[in-house]
Ligand binder design. Structure first.
Ligand code: PEP
Ligand code: MG
Length: 421
């Protein structure tokens, strides 16, 4: 028993908005979490309330109920949060009041038990920790970077952040040479100056990879099809032409039959990842698994209101043998909770932007620290052994990542085998 003695919240700047930081204090420990925010928010996502009101709600509504409760009992705390809200879309108290509290409880519990956060999450999830492969955003478009002229939201490299950084630098130099200088986007990817098509951008990214010594990189796209106008034929052509291992939201969320057809056609060799399609909603995810409309779940903060709900989603998709990408949001903070989450739930992938932005780098730095922790065998909650660096899989469906997520200080490596059919 580790009773909660205080719950505090404050507003923290986030881009030109504000977000919420919640801090849970117990008899022996403290845990604070700051939540991010989305830019391309899914239509059916859990509801946010005004940030100032969320802070007030935490102090006046949530605090009085949680103080005195056992911080180690995440399930019953999360149930209390759900009961207080009482709505399916979290519109009463707001996901931005509920989630930072739930996550801060987990961080405080880890501190009280003198364990790492990922160990605490792994124990709650009853899962073996795993070092995820990293998905590094190289180019930004869509709603995240409308000025780029690109209709796809994220063009990413699957592999180590250090290698991706070299490729991004090479692409940056190439664009300058071509007279199309780029800027750095909010996620640390490059933002083009509007003259290139999606196809040309992908070709330049591949060329930059080859120039910097990576002959056959694996790519990932977040098409975010519900947030723009991207013909299915165009996405299909890109998938046929480039080594794209992971395709997030390739189709609009209404087109379930097309999703199903895509998963049948491409799902044995590629990941068809559902983000806006399922928006962290348990009922939608259950249906999606049953109907086989995707084979990979994107997990983002703010889509679920508590950690327990999020862990339940993992169980739901594992039944269907889906893979998991834990993803950053469009607007991020220095908080690296998602890295511990990815390791703790045994996610195959972590998508967190590029090293060019400090709040994204923080996620990869945390992954490097966890790697060392695992290598030192200091883990208390896991039997997962650190693994020697090896090549990422050529087929993301049949070969789960093996923990080869080296970071900036480590030997560079990106996949050297394309995603083959
Ligand atoms: C995404 O769609 O994967 C993403 C990072 O976008 P946002 O956080 O803006 O919803
Ligand atoms: Mg997405």
């Amino acid at each position: 028993m580790e009773p909660i003695t205080a719950l505090k919240a404050e507003l923290v700047p986030l881009g030109n908005q504000q977000t919420i930081r919640a801090m849970v204090t117990t008899e022996h420990a403290q845990g604070a979490v700051t939540i991010p925010a989305g830019i391309s928010v899914g239509a059916a996502e859990a509801k946010l309330i005004d940030p100032a009101q969320a802070v007030q709600t935490i102090h006046e509504v949530i605090g009085p109920v949680l103080v005195g409760k056992d911080c180690l009992d995440q399930r019953s705390i999360d149930q209390a949060l759900m009961d207080l809200d009482g709505t399916a879309d979290r519109s009463h108290l707001g996901v931005n009041a509920l989630l930072p509290v739930s996550l801060a409880v987990a961080r405080a519990a880890a501190a009280a038990l003198s364990r790492e956060l990922y160990e605490q999450i792994a124990e709650l999830a009853n899962t073996e920790p795993r070092l995820p492969e990293t998905i590094v955003v190289a180019l930004e478009g869509g709603k995240h970077a409308p000025s780029s002229g690109l209709t796809i939201q994220e063009f990413s490299l699957v592999g180590s952040p250090a290698t991706a950084a070299q490729i991004i630098d090479a692409l940056d130099a190439q664009l300058r040479q071509m007279g199309h200088p780029s800027t750095t986007g909010g996620e640390g990817g490059l933002v083009l100056s509007g003259q290139l098509t999606n196809q040309a951008a992908l070709q330049l990214l591949l060329d930059a990879a080859i120039k910097s010594g990576t002959s056959q990189p694996q790519l990932a796209l977040d098409v975010a099809a519900s947030h723009g106008v991207i013909p299915e034929a165009e996405v299909r052509q890109l998938v046929g032409q480039f080594p794209i291992a992971i395709i997030e939201d390739p189709l609009e969320q209404e087109n379930l039959e097309q999703w199903q057809a895509w998963t049948k056609e491409f799902g044995t060799s590629r990941l068809i990842a559902a983000d806006d399609l399922t928006v962290g909603n348990p009922r939608m995810i259950k249906d999606a698994v049953q109907q086989g409309v995707a084979n990979c779940l994107v997990v983002k903060l703010n889509q679920t209101a508590t950690l327990s709900e999020l862990l339940d989603l993992v169980d739901l998709v594992r039944v269907g043998n889906w893979k998991i990408v834990v993803s950053h949001r469009g607007l991020e903070t220095d908080d690296a909770f998602i890295t511990d989450l990815a390791v703790g739930i045994g996610a195959e992938y972590l998508k967190a932007g590029s090293l060019r932005r400090p709040e994204r780098k923080a996620k990869y730095d945390r992954l490097a620290a966890i790697r060392i922790h695992l290598q030192q065998g200091t883990t208390t909650g896991s039997t997962v052994a650190p693994q020697a660096p090896s090549q990422p899989p050529s087929n993301p469906m049949t070969s789960p990542p093996d923990g080869d997520s080296r970071t900036s200080s480590e030997e560079p490596s990106v996949a050297d085998s394309p995603v083959g059919q």
